[in-house]
Design a binder for this molecule. Sequence first.
Ligand code: LLP
Length: 401
Amino acid sequence: MGVFDIFDNGSRSTISGISLNRIADIYGTPVIVYSARRIRDNFTRLKKAFPEASIFYSVKANDNPRIIELLGGMGSGADTASPFEISMSIFAGIDTGNMLYSPNNASLRDLEFAYDRGITINFNSFTQYSKMRGKMERISFRINPGFGLGEFGGITTGGSNTKFGLDPDSAILAYEKAREDGSSEFGIHMMIGSNNRNHLQLYEAYSSFFKVADRISKEAGVKFEFVDIGGGLGIPYSSADKDLDIASLGSMTTDEFSRHGFGHLVLEPGRYIVGDAGIIIGTVNDVHNGFVGTDIGMNINIRPALYGARHMILPLSERTEGEEMTVTGQICENTDRIGQIAYRVMEGDRLMVLCAGAYIYSMSSRYNGRPRPAEAMIMEDGTDRLIRRREDFSDFLSAVV
Ligand code: LLP
């Protein structure tokens, strides 16, 4: 079943048999609706492709504790970027022994927060490590292998002119120093970019990283207990995009990995697990100057404005093809555009924005005094559950002194 079939069942949009119109009636709009079944299917497919790898769900993609909890129940760990992501993961029941902390530009306090809880840290630089020098029994550095791989420049996190990681020569010195400082367990990490759907390119990147890791291991005299290839597994955002061939990627990578003498393989996927498992439902409030004006704007989905990302947008029920129009939100900026719609719509209609499970709520804001939306989940037994209420005015005041 393709992603668009899950939510786009002819003119009756449903998840696990539940009508999305009914969900919008219950919770109002804008609301983000997730499919627990799809999250499970995505995780299961990944696990099947990489049976021997440890999977640490990257919490930055979606930090709703009910989603983290669901994944924890399937055996996932958590990859975190901040103390609050660590706290969210603990709240969701993930054991700190099953967490990674992969920050950049962390303060000593941030690092100690993770260290005190026994969480393995992927250090982004030698200077970051220096703050904790002499304390770390287990240590991992993020490597910048000299290349990046991402859908947009803004989500490419390897190669030249990025703040991420140590180049291999510096990493050799860093591991040597860590060894001299008394560290005895080592890992190595890479995260070169996000939303990649070409398995051959990903495989090539992983293979080169394994070679780099081999060289660092030999020259620094350390053995890698784990090799963490980060996240970056992509999903189709349009019906014209092809799926990532995860099964081939998994078997090719596992084969290549087994040719090196490393410990175990680690993955930190975010988008692949939750990205296509959520949609935003909104309401058309106006049609004006050729724009479809809704209650879903860049405050909820900043990806189009930030990266030029495209999300498919469909009417929730009646589908009559029409002239293509730009869908906007309620924000007072001309970048407040969330995509195109090629169906006839009128004031009062409901729309859905697909692929809104990853990097939507977690990147949303209260800009222009708009509360963050509600989040609901359709459970596998077909019941629906509110998993985060819509913010109200008390949330706006809660931090004001
Ligand atoms: N691990 C680390 C250290 C990361 O920085 C990231 C994402 C991941 C794992 C998970 O990557 P994924 O599997 O989701 O590709 N906001 C952007 C995506 C930025 C990704 C940044 N790092 C977007 O909306 O497309």
